[in-house]
Structure formats: C-alpha cells, structure tokens
Design a binder for this molecule. Structure first.
Ligand SMILES: [Zn+2]
Length: 293
C-alpha cells in the first residue's frame, strides 16, 4: 500500500516546532486551590521559570534563529505581566494553556469554558490579540473541550498524538505533541522522597531526541519539542537544547515553524485528509449490553 510521507512547504522532508509551556506557579496553584501550603520548595523551583529560565530560552532561540510557540496559563500572565508583551515583541507565538492550569480530570466543562473566556480576556488586555492555538495542561482533552475551542474560533489544539503530523479531530486542526520529546518526564524532580528516579542527564536525553528527529524524517514527522522554562532554563538542559536545535535548523530539508504556521499549512494544503473523530458513542456500541460509559 502506498503511504506517502506527510508533505511540508518548499519540499521539506520534516518540520520542527519548538513549544514552551510557561507553567510557572500555575500547576502549584491548581493543585493547592483549596488552600496554599506554607512550604516554599516547589514554589521557588517553579518561580525560576519567570525569573530566569524563560529569558534564557528566549536568548537561546535568538542565537539559533527560530521562533517558538509559547502556551501561557493566564494566571501566569497576571502574576508576570511582562511575559506576554515580551514574547509578542520578540516575534513568538503565544497560545492558551488554561487559567490555573486546570487538569481535565478535575475540571468540568463549565469550569473549562470559564477559564477559556478568562484567558482570552487576559491576552486581549495585555497584548491586544486573540490566540489561535490552545494546549491542554497535561495533554488531556475531551470532545467537549474540542467543541468549545471550535465554537470560539480557536484555530488549533496541540495536546493529542493520534498522528505524528497535523490532522483534524472533530473538525479542529490538531498539531500533535509527543511524550518522548517533552522535558518534564525526564527532568522534573521535586525531592522530599516523592520522585521515583533522579533527573536524567541532559546530554543523554538530547541524544535520544536527536535519534527521534533523524528517524522521523523518513515519515515526514513533525518534531514537536515541548519544554518548560522552570525545567529547561537550567544550564545543562539549555546547552543541550541549543546544540540540538542548532543541528536541526542547519539541515536544509527541515521546516522550522510555529504551531500557528503549521496549522495554516495543514488547513490550506491538506484539507479533508488525515481526518479523525473522537467517536466515543460509536465505540460504546461495542461494550457488553447494559454497561454504562
Ligand atoms: Zn503546562
């Protein structure tokens, strides 16, 4: 069976998107929304992002010469009102990432929609624009969330991984992510006996990411790296990222683009192809009779 690789602009073989989830204090606030603990350890670790990590990443991207897609919970924008203007001013894409980094399992539809509206208000007030993209905290989605984004004219979601190149799900463009090239699963470490293993060495992770990039080229893969400033703004990890990105952008057959640019490319070039449906109702037909979902 003929399965041609996904096609990219100008005959490029694959694409690079560097995405940054600017979480900072937001997940800690969500986790402790019933009342803040007195402990400062995790909070200060997260505050390294807006204080140092984000700015180091921006300078690194300038040196490499690419633009990133930055997903900012609106509470982070409220706590650090310099972030969104700086990102927009330096030519990067800014996208939605909840208000308090609401985790889907604990966030009913009405709360999700309220957070979405609040985020849109904050972005409008701070930088006078309406983001075209959404990324779900912890990369979980529901059909209701996809529908809510579509109803508000949000152009794409970037939280799922049903293909390794752009596709459509329930009528919304999906710019897929991949756990294998996310920094948090390798480096997040909170101490206090809570962690299962020590943080990985950046050079080792970078070698694995390079292999993923090289192997994915034959398939026309979107190489969607995801990092967090409080995690990857640290010296060793930042140096690894600069080496990796510099290597990738030096390849003449790779298109480096923001997720918004990739979504535009997909809509204008691949309309009607790579179409998926969440289809839970159809799947439920296959359950034994009498089983509720
Ligand atoms: Zn996040």
């Amino acid at each position: 069976m003929d399965r041609p690789a996904y096609s990219w602009p100008m005959g490029k073989r694959s694409a690079l998107c560097f995405s940054v989830d600017v979480d900072a204090e937001a997940p800690w606030l969500w986790q402790n929304r019933a009342g803040l603990p007195p402990t400062l350890g995790q909070l200060e670790q997260r505050r390294f992002g807006p204080r140092e990590g984000l700015w180091r990443i921006l300078d690194m991207l300038d040196r490499v010469g690419i633009k990133g897609s930055f997903y900012v919970p609106s509470v982070v924008a409220e706590l650090h009102p310099d972030i969104l203007p700086a990102l927009v001013g330096r030519g990067h894409e800014v996208g939605l990432h909840g208000h308090l980094h609401e985790l889907v399992g604990d966030c009913p539809q009405d709360m999700f929609e309220a957070a979405l509206e609040r985020s849109l208000d904050v972005f409008r007030a701070q930088v006078g624009l309406r983001p075209v993209g959404f990324r779900s905290p912890a990369w979980e989605m529901t059909a209701g969330m996809l529908a809510a984004l579509k109803a508000r004219g949000i152009g794409y979601d970037s939280s799922l991984m049903g293909w390794d190149h752009p596709y459509d799900i329930d009528g919304l463009t999906e710019i897929p992510v991949q756990w294998q090239i996310d920094d948090a699963i390798f480096f997040k470490f909170f101490g206090g006996g809570a962690d299962k293993w020590p943080p990985a060495q950046a050079a080792q992770v970078g070698q694995g990411w390079l292999e993923e990039f090289e192997a994915g080229r034959a398939f026309g893969q979107l190489f969607m790296v995801t990092v967090h400033p409080w995690i990857s703004g640290r010296a060793q990890r930042l140096a690894m990222l600069e080496r990796l990105l510099s290597h990738i952008v030096a390849q003449s057959d790779v298109w480096a683009a923001t997720a918004a640019e990739i979504a535009d490319w997909h809509r204008t070039t691949h309309a009607g192809r790579f179409v998926a449906h969440s289809a839970l109702d159809d799947l439920a037909q296959h359950l034994p009779k009498g089983v509720a979902r």
